[in-house]
Design a protein around this ligand. Structure first.
Ligand code: ATP
Ligand code: MG
Length: 335
């Protein structure tokens, strides 16, 4: 049989990954969870995996296990429906993933991996001490990511700006393999997410889970949220700043009450006219965020570890079945 003439078997339509490295912030919700909810509403068959092997680059295995269960429960409380969106854990296909990673790694040179812009940036910006501790998983990151995507024979992958380079490497690996051994892996299409970047409530940079004082966590205590918003930086009367834009985006996106939305617009007009309304604005912002967080927390409290385990069990069956098929196709091409 001439393997080269075989058709590529497509796998999952859309694959998204999340790293279980900490509790989710409201920025993670807007930037990462909402797009998946949108796809779910549109009836797109997307698959979500928790990248707990990737998390081993920086975290202990036991830690990733805990965050893994938490993050899935969070996603379900936020509206991800496991009947519509398959959820699986990367470590449930650890053997299959690492086998594929090995075969893929032959198709990229050490020099190429060292030139990966994200790795180069890390090497330049991280402290010397952190770099000394950085393990080889950091170097292998793009190959492991390619293995995740190609193992499920994914058709499309939504990525933020920071992941575009890695997806290009995945496409390159798929194409190089296909060229040499015959069509095997679909080269996944890049679905670029609209860049959305919430800023930290105060000080430098974006909102991140690793900078808790400027972030609002979905699991956070209401009193603590109130305090953080009180301390948040705003803008002087009449002035629009990136931070004000970010506060507005956050408030408007989380707002579930039409009257509150109208009031934000009204306050904004007053602010632009030079009136001192920032105190009132922050009160409204706190009300909106707290109402969203309380709603989340009450839904989250009802989700049990057993439920999450059942979701993972189902997800693992699908992911393993697909993975076994991929490895079978690949081995037929190779041997
Ligand atoms: P860390 O501080 O550990 O890097 P993080 O809050 O930056 O945490 P990531 O795990 O790096 O979160 O990213 C998870 C998802 O959340 C990604 O899809 C990312 O695009 C999105 N995200 C993170 N920060 C923001 C932000 N400030 N605004 C919008 N989306 C964000
Ligand atoms: Mg980050």
């Amino acid at each position: 049989m001439d393997n080269k003439k075989e058709k590529i078997e497509l796998g999952v339509e859309i694959l998204t990954g999340i790293r279980p490295t900490g509790d989710l912030t409201v920025a993670n919700y807007l930037g990462a969870v909402l797009p998946i909810l949108k796809m779910q509403e549109e009836g797109k068959r997307s698959v979500l995996f928790v990248a707990d092997l990737h998390a081993l680059t920086t975290n202990e295995p036991a830690e990733t296990k805990k965050y893994c269960l938490n993050v899935i429960a969070d996603y379900v409380a936020l509206g991800i429906d496991p009947r519509k969106t398959i959820i699986y854990r990367q470590s449930d296909v650890a053997e299959e993933t690492t086998v594929l990673m090995t075969y893929l790694a032959r198709h990229i040179s050490v020099a190429e991996l060292l030139r990966t812009p994200t790795l180069k940036e890390k090497m330049q910006t991280e402290s010397e001490e952190k770099l000394k501790q950085a393990n080889a998983l950091l170097f292998m990151y793009p190959v492991l990511m390619a293995a995740d995507i190609l193992l499920q024979r994914s058709v499309a992958v939504p990525v933020g700006e920071d992941q575009v380079v890695h997806l290009e490497i995945t496409r390159k690996l798929a194409n190089r393999f296909n060229k040499k051994y015959g069509d095997t892996f679909p080269a996944p299409a890049l679905m670029q997410r609209k860049a959305l970047r919430l800023l930290s409530l105060r000080g430098e940079g974006k909102m991140s889970k690793s900078n808790p004082s400027g972030a609002i966590f979905l699991s956070e205590d209401i009193k603590s949220i109130e305090k953080k918003i009180k301390k948040a930086e705003t803008a002087i009367e009449g002035e629009m700043t990136p931070r004000m834009e970010s506060h507005l985006l956050l408030s408007k996106s989380l707002c579930q009450d039409k009257n509150d939305a109208k009031q934000i617009d009204a306050l904004l007009v007053q602010h632009k006219n030079g009136e001192a309304v920032m105190g009132e604005f922050k009160k409204l912002m706190a009300k909106i965020i707290i109402s969203f967080v309380e709603d989340f927390q009450s839904k989250r409290a009802k989700i049990t570890d057993e439920q999450v385990r059942a979701i993972l069990k189902d997800g693992a069956v699908t992911a393993r079945k697909n993975a076994a098929k991929t490895l079978e196709i690949m081995k037929n091409r190779l041997y």
